[in-house]
Each structure stands twice: as C-alpha cells, then as structure tokens.
Design a protein. Structure first.
Length: 137
C-alpha cells in the first residue's frame, strides 16, 4: 500500500503494515478534527500553574496508535520478517513519536511557557531548555 492509496500517514515511506488505524472518531484521515476541549489539571507541587493542554485527547490517541504500531513491529521481528521492512516501520514509529512531541511542545509553549513568562517563572524556562536538550540527543 502506498501512502497515497487509502490515507495519509504523514511520512515518506511506502509500506505495508498490520497495525490498526481505527480510533474513536469515524472519518477519513484527511478530515480535520475539531479543536480539543482542554483537559482539567491541578498544579504540581513544584509548579505554580496548572497544566491545561488543548490537545490532550489528540496526544493520547496518537500515543495509542504509536504503541499499536510498535507492537506490530515487534510481531514482525518475532515472525522473522524482512529487516528492511522492520527498519522502515521503526522509522514510521519514530516519525509518529516526533509528531507527538511537536504537539506537546507547541501546547507547552502556548500555555505553560506563556504563563511562565507572564509570571516571571524562570524555572519553567530552564526546564524547557533541559527538555529540548534531551529531545535533541
């Protein structure tokens, strides 16, 4: 199946895979989702603000799909499937995880960091810098 056959994967790999693309919303993948309702959160003991993120449900759905895809790749390895195909599928999983990270980072910048700048919370900025350094390794 090519990435243009039935739905867009968001990556440049043509491949067949066995994971399920279903999720809570029944629609073609090309359809856009309505904005997510912000999740309710309580402040963490060492943070002065609550973590309210607009995309929590979307992130959880993406994580579930990435986990399912990775489980499928594990099955490929267990069945002794072609190493090249396994590597392609691992690249697709990594791409999905990178997209999840982008969504979380954007949410963090739009909410937590904006609030931190307004309140002068330099700890939040230091934590963001540390997280970016770790992500880039």
């Amino acid at each position: 199946m090519s990435k243009t056959d039935d739905h867009e994967h968001g990556h440049d790999y043509d491949h067949n895979h066995e994971h399920d693309h279903s999720h809570e919303l029944d629609h073609p993948h090309a359809q856009t989702h309505a904005p997510q309702t912000p999740a309710k959160a309580t402040p963490e003991p060492d943070h002065p603000h609550a973590h309210i993120h607009a995309n929590t449900k979307a992130v959880l759905n993406r994580l579930a799909r990435a986990i399912g895809h990775l489980t499928s790749v594990r099955g490929m390895v267990e069945r002794g499937q072609d190493c090249s195909e396994v590597l392609i599928q691992l690249a697709a999983v990594r791409s999905a995880i990178n997209r999840i990270s982008e969504v979380i980072l954007k949410d963090h910048l739009d909410h937590c960091i904006v609030d931190a700048v307004k309140t002068g919370d330099t700890q939040a900025l230091d934590e963001l810098n540390r997280a970016i350094e770790i992500m880039m390794k």
